[in-house]
Design a protein around this ligand. Structure first.
Ligand code: SF4
Length: 396
């Protein structure tokens, strides 16, 4: 396969994209085939597009899991799927008060967008009513914050109600290529997912749709999926790196390296040069020490924890942004590096992860074995469920 082995090649490609050229399939495959030794040079070139459109800002997003587990769908990558044995927190709907309280923590931690997420195939009329109440409450309590709803497959009338309540965006990921989709889900189709993204657009919400990479897809399928997102005109593109939960069919699937993750992000940036590209779930375990390098390509991340697993502590996310020379979107100054553990603990509102930080995450507490979900593969990263090390039971 043709390779972008010369830095000049990547520079020329970025120049042409900057002038309006649309990345071709051949070029996208060449980006993914960049040798490890040339990958950081590729990142620097792709970063020119990121800086041109987003300067030194990082958009901070915060997840609120409104309803966890108990899903009737069978997405193979998902810890909340039908039949999943993953030891995750499982609960039915949060109250409006609890959802608003969690959202406020994220906003005070720096988030300019709150993502209200619920497991399930899609919402009922009653579910939409609950979430519209939450949207109104969150927006009322946090002026200027964006709210993104993520409730599964959605009908146009439900999308219209969410938009009328103030939802700025709707997330529904394509996740992977159409040619790969039957391998990862049998209870709904790729076309169902596309229809939901289109319904959110019709209702006037900003379409957020992205990927999960590392599920056994080929480079051709990565390109197919990225180009589908470009064709759908997604405004924001979260790139998730598979977290292979124990108790799911993809348990033990570890096929990404930090440099491969960077090449995938660079390809997505070149395909969608002016779109929000987000380093999403799994960044900690797959990008590892290159997380901040990824911000040269991506311009967005989730703060703190994910839906069912622990992320890096929110404080560490903010430090990473500042240390790499970026600033949080919507905040004029770069976040100051946290000065001391005592000061952090005096400001619990900054602990948006909700589980403490700087070693105070109850890591010292001896969690029951069933509460951790380290992958079984020897030497693989530890995947901890959200709530592990706390008093919360998996079915709290
Ligand atoms: S990804 Fe969504 S629809 Fe699929 S199993 Fe998980 S919660 Fe259910």
């Amino acid at each position: 396969m043709e390779q972008l082995v010369e830095t000049a090649d990547a520079a020329d490609l970025v120049d042409r994209i900057d002038a309006g050229h649309a990345l071709t399939g051949t070029e996208a495959l060449a980006v993914l085939a960049t040798p490890d030794a040339e990958t950081l040079a590729l990142v620097l070139q792709a970063g020119r597009l990121r800086r041109r459109h987003f300067a030194d800002t990082v958009k901070v997003n915060y997840l609120v899991n409104l309803k966890s587990g108990l899903c009737p769908e069978d997405c193979t990558y998902c810890s909340q799927r039908l039949g999943s044995d993953a030891q995750i927190l499982k609960y039915k709907w949060l109250s409006t008060e609890d959802a608003a309280e969690q959202a406020g923590l994220g906003v005070r931690g720096g988030a300019s967008r709150v993502c209200l997420v619920a497991s399930g195939r899609g919402p009922t009329d009653r579910d939409v009513g609950r979430v519209t109440d939450m949207i109104e409450r969150v927006k009322d309590e946090n002026p200027g914050v964006e709210v993104c709803a993520c409730l599964g497959l959605i009908k146009e009338r439900h999308a219209s109600k969410l938009a009328a309540a103030g939802a700025d965006a709707y997330n529904h990921n394509l996740n992977t290529a159409e040619s790969k989709y039957d391998d990862i889900c049998t209870t709904h189709t790729y076309a169902d997912r596309v229809a939901t993204v289109e319904a959110s657009k019709t209702a006037g919400m900003s379409p957020c749709s992205g990927l999960i990479v590392g599920m056994g897809e080929s480079d051709e399928q990565l390109v197919e999926a990225a180009f589908a997102l470009r064709d759908l005109d997604a405004d924001s593109v979260p790139v998730n790196f598979l977290m292979p939960f124990e108790g799911t069919p993809l348990e033990g699937t570890w096929e990404l390296t930090p440099l491969k993750c960077l090449r995938i992000l660079a390809m997505v940036r070149l395909a969608c040069p002016d779109r929000e590209v987000r380093i999403a779930g799994g960044r900690e375990m797959h990008l590892r020490s290159l997380q901040s390098v990824a911000l040269e390509v991506a311009n967005s991340l989730f703060l703190g924890d994910y839906l069912t697993s622990e992320g890096q502590a929110a404080e560490a996310d903010l430090e990473m942004i500042a240390d790499a020379g970026f600033r949080v979107l919507g905040r004029p100054e770069r976040p100051a590096a946290a000065s001391s553990c005592a000061e952090r603990e005096a400001e619990p509102a900054a602990h948006a992860c909700g589980t403490g930080c700087c070693g105070s995450r109850d890591d010292d507490a001896e969690a029951p074995a069933a509460e951790t979900s380290a992958a079984e593969t020897p030497g693989s990263p530890v995947l901890r469920r959200r709530g592990a090390g706390t008093a919360a039971a998996p079915n709290a």
